[in-house]
Design a protein around this ligand. Structure first.
Ligand SMILES: Cc1cc2nc3c(=O)[nH]c(=O)nc-3n(C[C@H](O)[C@H](O)[C@H](O)COP(=O)(O)OP(=O)(O)OC[C@H]3O[C@@H](n4cnc5c(N)ncnc54)[C@H](O)[C@@H]3O)c2cc1C
Length: 461
């Protein structure tokens, strides 16, 4: 049964506080013909539509969205608009691809600014604040890891303006984490309100003539045709922008693993609490553990904080969660380990959602011109800035426009398939367990064998 406006509001803090109505736009009611049909109104679909309509005014673009724009990860994420890419580390480490990987890295840095630029131009008030990312060393192993990371960045030619080491006191000036052995400051990161960005982008593409049909699930993607319950959308190019939800399409269950990330948000905190916490510039914060943790100070003075890591058998997808489940207690506990003062304040929102993990843990953008099919995604939880670059690149590829982006190593073949179940479940759950136990050992001050770390990293990239 279709969700109601109130149910959409209840999806996350961000949906609860997004301005404007969440009433679904009218669905596709009959057959239609366009130039480009996009399936999915998350950032990937919306950015692709935005650049198509900007580069070629008058082009006919229609988006079909199973729920409402920003229903998926794009409306629920941690709001880190971060200039990195899953798998980027491996690309940069490969001497034969280094030059291209460096160009890709610079393009990702630019994407963080491009999101801010377009939001300014289109009057999308997504609370964009480029305060950078502070990755705090909360254990000795973290400090060593971050110093190695910094050395690697430097050896690739990235300088103080891109990232720099924060000694303990300077780190504490920014993030007063309980455990602080210094930190790495990464300049290319902005905090945003995710649903404001998604909902604002939807309005911006409509202003440019793009049609959005909500509560219109694609039942099948065929060459140059999207089948929906009440009509087919024919197009020269069909774009698949369904990320973690791809498994809902016929034949796509092994395309991308939906990994769930869980978040909590505090009530708005008083000035006295911020004196204990820091984040004066709305820096985003976390530490370098393998099971990623991420937090931001929102524009209305809450902390929104999350951790990754649940996989459900058969690539199951969950969009709503009971507030009392243990996963939320764990997220809250981790947040309080950064800032014990938060035990005195209420958690007002708890939510989660699926992000998409391809088998090679690396995003891809591409067009199969013969079949009239295109794709973008596979961001492994680093999709806020990357989807801007991906959507822009995909629009240029579809329109056959020359640019530096269409030559980046982000452009590539479709995702290789994951293993069938139960192998997928065993592999993904096993990996999560190993990650959790290595993280716990390091946080307890124990050394972890580098070999196990290397195996982990080679598997996940
Ligand atoms: C809790 C959480 C925290 C995260 N935090 C961060 C972060 O801080 N920084 C960061 O960079 N990344 C983060 N991510 C990842 C980031 O949000 C995603 O990579 C990004 O939003 C992906 O955008 P997308 O448009 O590709 O996918 P989505 O936003 O998931 O959009 C896919 C859309 O397709 C629709 N759809 C699915 N199937 C169909 C169908 N059959 N027919 C029609 N429509 C369909 C869905 O309803 C959905 O709206 C996080 C993700 C989660 C879940």
């Amino acid at each position: 049964m279709a969700m109601t406006h109130d149910e959409y509001r209840g999806l996350s803090l961000w949906h609860a506080t997004a301005p404007g109505s969440l009433e679904p736009r009218p669905p596709l009611e009959r057959d239609a013909q366009v130039d480009v049909a996009i399936v999915g109104a998350g950032y990937t679909g919306l950015w692709t539509a935005y650049y198509l309509a900007s580069l070629e005014p008058g082009i006919r673009v229609a988006i079909v969205e199973a729920e409402i724009a920003g229903f998926g990860a794009s409306g629920r994420n941690g709001g880190w608009c971060l200039g990195t890419l899953a798998g980027g580390e491996t690309l940069l480490a490969d001497p034969t691809r280094r030059e291209a990987a460096e160009r890709l890295q610079r393009a990702l840095f630019d994407a963080v600014d491009e999101v801010g630029r377009v939001c300014g131009q289109e009057a999308i008030d997504c609370h964009y604040a480029k305060g950078g990312y502070v990755c705090v060393a909360t254990a000795e192993a973290h400090r060593e890891q971050l110093l190695r990371d910094l050395e690697r960045w430097r050896s690739l030619g990235f300088g103080e303006r891109d990232m720099r080491w924060l000694p303990q006191a300077e780190c504490a000036d920014r993030v007063r984490a309980k455990r602080n052995l210094g930190g790495l400051f990464f300049a290319h990161c902005a905090a945003i309100h995710p649903a404001r960005l998604a909902r604002g982008l939807a309005l911006a593409v409509e202003r440019r003539g793009v049609a959005i049909h909500e509560q219109t699930p694609a039942l099948a993607l065929e060459p140059r045709c999207v089948r929906t319950p009440r009509g087919s959308l024919r197009a020269d190019t069909v774009v698949c922008a369904t990320e973690a939800y791809s498994r809902t399409l016929p034949g796509q269950v092994r395309r991308i693993v939906p990994m769930h990330s869980m978040m909590v948000a505090t009530e708005p905190l008083p000035e006295a609490a911020w004196k204990e916490i820091g984040l004066a510039n709305r820096e985003t914060f976390g530490d370098p553990r393998r099971i990623v943790v991420y937090g931001q100070r929102t524009a209305d003075d809450r902390i929104a904080f999350g951790t990754r890591g649940s996989y459900f058998y058969g690539s199951g997808i969950r969009d709503r969660f009971e507030p009392g489940i243990a996963a939320f207690a764990r997220v809250q506990h981790t947040l309080e380990s950064f800032f014990p003062i938060l035990r005195d304040f209420a958690i007002t929102h708890r939510w989660g959602g699926p992000l998409g993990v391809p088998r090679n843990w690396r995003p891809s953008v591409g067009v199969d011109a013969r079949a009239g099919l295109a794709w973008a995604g596979g961001y492994v939880g680093e999709g806020v800035a990357a989807s801007n670059l991906a959507g822009r690149t995909l629009a240029e590829l579809i329109l056959a426009r020359e640019s530096e982006r269409v030559h980046l190593p982000l452009v590539g073949p479709p995702f290789p398939s994951w293993e069938p179940e139960p192998l997928r479940w065993i592999g993904v759950r096993g990996l999560l367990r190993i990650g959790q136990s290595l993280d716990a050992a390091e946080l307890a001050g124990r050394r972890t064998p580098r070999l196990r770390g290397a195996i982990w990293r080679s598997f996940v990239h």
